[in-house]
Design a protein around this ligand. Structure first.
Ligand code: NAG
Ligand code: NAG
Ligand code: NAG
Ligand code: NAG
Ligand code: NAG
Ligand code: NAG
Ligand code: NAG
Ligand code: NAG
Ligand code: NAG
Ligand code: NAG
Ligand code: NAG
Ligand code: NAG
Length: 636
């Protein structure tokens, strides 16, 4: 009897020890907390647009940490991120009215460890009464990221938001905030680093503005109606000394905004595009305080010059890499006024009405300049000096919509690093010169389309072996059917020669091209009857094509379905407006991923092949109109 008892005792003791050793595997599971799972299921009906929350199931024990749009802490198994963005349709089911609704924030209370809550794009109009965000403040003390962008929220929620003092990131972009007195509430969120208020209706930022947000690194107020940033002389902006990014585009700010920048010496990115800045911008001193600025966007204003009152002081932003002055009223003396910006890599000054010529000597100081966009001006010439310093770094030049002399191509060879040259619609006339520009051994993209260039491509052209993209469309070149001038361009991927003239060579010459094209655009090039039976032979050697346009070329014979056989990656095949005849016959072995075929306006006869859907499983568009095809009675 004693023995029995002792045995039992030993057994129970072992069981207890096992329990202790096994620990939590017995008392809990790896799954998420049951009350968080149930809370998610309560949220589901509000955010289940198009059944996006399929994995959120009402099965007891289902691990909600594995559900979509949910992220848990792997140790505590508690929710830390909930991504309910774009989870509701903006309109009522009849698509007539906005599907505005009110959020019950109490539904998030169970998620005590939540760090990130994404609720953008859900047509939220506000909170249910007494269920504002402030309710979360004491429980969700780790909440750092709150995204409420793209909803219908207005100032009435701001006071309750201001209680979420743990927030570091707050996105209120694209709502209906007006900034009446309540923006002051945001001023309480002193841990904020990122604040996005863009695309609202803010006219002014009242009282002390956001002067308390001294940790702010990123502030976006673009696309509101802000006229002035100061409030009764109080310069709140200059208190935000940690700001690195300030976006103020698309408001109604005047030049005086620059007076508020003095203290923002950490600023790296400043955007003031599309405001009411204009005339002479005299605030050189204020701008020069932004010693760390890398990116400055002043485009879309009416600025004529950047200088200080006595004209002596220049912009000296030694870290500035990108300057956008597009869409202003500068003249060609702007380059000299900026010549202390020695680190500039990109200068955009398109659409300024720059007249006459630019002396490239004026750009000599920009020894790091890589990209210069001078399109849409009234430029007539670039004065290029053979020994100029700028030539060694410049990689991209855009002069579209200028009025240039074709001679410019003879001297442009000094830009030895040039990779992109864009001379779209520049009034270039006559044949291309046979020297100078062919020295551009690094040229990858050349656009001389929409000019009046003519004749054969010069021999030196075949030296441009780095070319990847060549656009000579809408010129008057004579392109030999053999494509011999291009044959040597082993890196060529896109060749756009629409609306030039294809010609036969004087001597018979077939060359196997060194290139494998991805894009060929060749419409309206073969006009003469003599050529109409010939196919450009280089096409036989291509097997990497994705886009082929041979429309309106008077080509005859059977449809070149071999293009589909040779080029397994082909997506678009446009053969419209030729004279292809016969029935459209497809090899039974052919299966192609092509998504669009246009053979309209040809002379096809017979029936559409019945197996066409299995031959082209990814076909989205098939144009066969204006042929002589038989009406189809059954289409398999
Ligand atoms: C998960 O929770 C543990 C314990 O609270 C904490 O130490 C850890 O930092 C958390 N991890 C994450 C990614 O939040
Ligand atoms: C929701 O937001 C997260 C974080 O910004 C993003 O990665 C995700 O793509 C968004 N999802 C949808 C459906 O927009
Ligand atoms: C909000 O949600 C909580 C928790 O689900 C609930 O107790 C409360 O009644 C809701 N409030 C309203 C006004 O519906
Ligand atoms: C803000 O939105 C709430 C809820 O939709 C509405 O009742 C209130 O009138 C709005 N307030 C303003 C200033 O537009
Ligand atoms: C500001 O935050 C404090 C606590 O940090 C809070 O007591 C106060 O109510 C908040 N003020 C506003 C206007 O929300
Ligand atoms: C805020 O949200 C908008 C729209 O969802 C997004 O485009 C923007 O990048 C976000 N802002 C920040 C600072 O992340
Ligand atoms: C600014 O911050 C201080 C303390 O950091 C706080 O006492 C004050 O209420 C804040 N001001 C506003 C307008 O929130
Ligand atoms: C600039 O910052 C300093 C110190 O951070 C501050 O004392 C001063 O008032 C600020 N200037 C302006 C114009 O606000
Ligand atoms: C260019 O603009 C500056 C500043 O507005 C002006 O002083 C100068 O006369 C202008 N030069 C020309 C050639 O128009
Ligand atoms: C041009 O480059 C040379 C060598 O890099 C340098 O010595 C000279 O100062 C530069 N000239 C200008 C105007 O920057
Ligand atoms: C191509 O360049 C080489 C030197 O790199 C030169 O000798 C040759 O003449 C050039 N060819 C043509 C046709 O200009
Ligand atoms: C492409 O098709 C043509 C005509 O069938 C054939 O002569 C040529 O060898 C093919 N080229 C390749 C690369 O398969």
């Amino acid at each position: 009897m004693m023995m029995m008892e002792w045995k039992w005792l030993r057994f129970i003791r072992m069981a207890v020890m096992l329990l202790v050793l096994e620990g939590c595997r017995w008392c809990t599971t790896d799954a998420c907390l049951e009350h968080e799972r149930i809370a998610l299921l309560h949220l589901k009906p509000f955010f289940n647009y198009q059944n996006q929350l399929q994995s959120w199931v009402e099965v007891k024990g289902s691990d909600c940490c594995k559900w979509e749009r949910v992220e848990c802490n792997t140790t505590t198994r508690r929710l830390i991120q909930l991504s309910l963005n774009s989870s509701r349709w903006f309109y009522t089911t009849d698509n007539r009215n906005l599907n505005a609704w009110y959020l019950n924030t109490s539904m998030f209370l169970p998620f005590e460890e939540l760090k990130s809550l994404y609720l953008s794009g859900n047509a939220i109009s506000g909170n249910l009464e007494n269920e504002g965000f402030g309710k979360l403040s004491s429980t969700l003390s780790n909440l750092e990221i709150l995204d409420l962008s793209e909803n219908y929220l207005n100032d009435s929620i701001l006071l309750s938001l201001s209680e979420l003092s743990s927030l570091r990131y707050l996105n209120l972009s694209s709502n209906k905030f007006e900034g009446s007195g309540h923006l002051r509430g945001l001023n309480n969120l002193s841990n904020l680093k990122y604040l996005d208020l863009s695309w609202n209706r803010i006219e002014s930022i009242s009282n002390k503005g956001l002067n308390n947000l001294s940790n702010l690194k990123y502030l976006d107020l673009s696309f509101n109606n802000i006229e002035s940033i100061s409030n009764q002389g109080f310069q709140w902006l200059s208190r935000l000394t940690k700001l690195e990014t300030l976006r103020l585009s698309g408001n109604s700010l005047k030049n005086s905004i620059l007076l508020h920048m003095r203290n923002l010496s950490s600023l790296k990115t400043l955007s003031l595009s599309y405001n009411q800045l204009g005339g002479k911008l005299l605030h050189i001193q204020e701008l020069n305080h932004l010693a760390n600025l890398k990116y400055l966007d002043l485009s879309g204003n009416k600025i004529e010059s950047i200088s200080n009152k006595d004209g002596g002081r220049k912009l000296e932003l030694t870290h500035l890499e990108e300057l956008n002055l597009a869409g202003n009223h500068f003249n060609t003396s702007v380059f000299v006024s900026l010549n202390k910006l020695s680190n500039l890599k990109s200068l955009s000054i398109w659409d300024n009405g720059l007249k006459g010529s630019i002396d490239m000597k004026d750009l000599e100081a920009f020894i790091n300049l890589r990209k210069q966009d001078m399109s849409y001006n009234e430029l007539k010439d670039l004065v290029i000096h053979q020994d100029s310093n700028v030539s060694s770094s410049l990689e991209e030049i855009y002069l579209d919509y200028s009025t240039l002399n074709t001679n410019i191509l003879q001297s442009i060879g000094v830009f030895a690093s040039l990779k992109t040259l864009s001379l779209y619609h520049c009034g270039l006339i006559g044949p291309l010169p046979n020297q100078g520009w062919c020295d551009l051994k690094n040229l990858e993209v050349l656009d001389v389309s929409n000019n009046a260039l003519e004749g054969m491509l010069p021999r030196c052209f075949s030296n441009l072996t780095s070319l990847r993209v060549l656009d000579v469309s809408r010129d008057h070149f004579q392109i030999p059917l053999s494509f011999a001038p291009f044959a040597n361009l082993s890196n060529l991927k896109a060749l756009l020669i629409n609306e030039n003239k294809m010609v036969m060579e004087s001597s018979f010459y077939t060359s196997i091209p060194k290139f494998q094209l991805e894009v060929i655009r060749l419409p309206k090039c073969i006009a003469s009857q003599q050529l109409s039976r010939k196919f450009p032979t280089f096409l036989y050697y291509q097997y990497d094509l994705r886009y082929v346009d041979l429309s309106h070329n008077n080509l005859s014979g059977t449809v070149p379905t071999w293009l589909l056989e040779n080029n397994t990656k082909l997506e678009d095949l446009i053969l419209k407006g030729n004279s292809f005849t016969g029935p459209l016959s497809l090899s039974s072995a052919l299966i192609s991923d092509v998504s669009s075929i246009d053979i309209s306006e040809n002379k096809l006869q017979g029936q559409i092949p019945t197996g066409i859907c299995s031959t082209f499983p990814h076909l989205r568009e098939l144009f066969l109109s204006k042929n002589a095809l038989k009406v189809i009675s059954h289409f398999v």
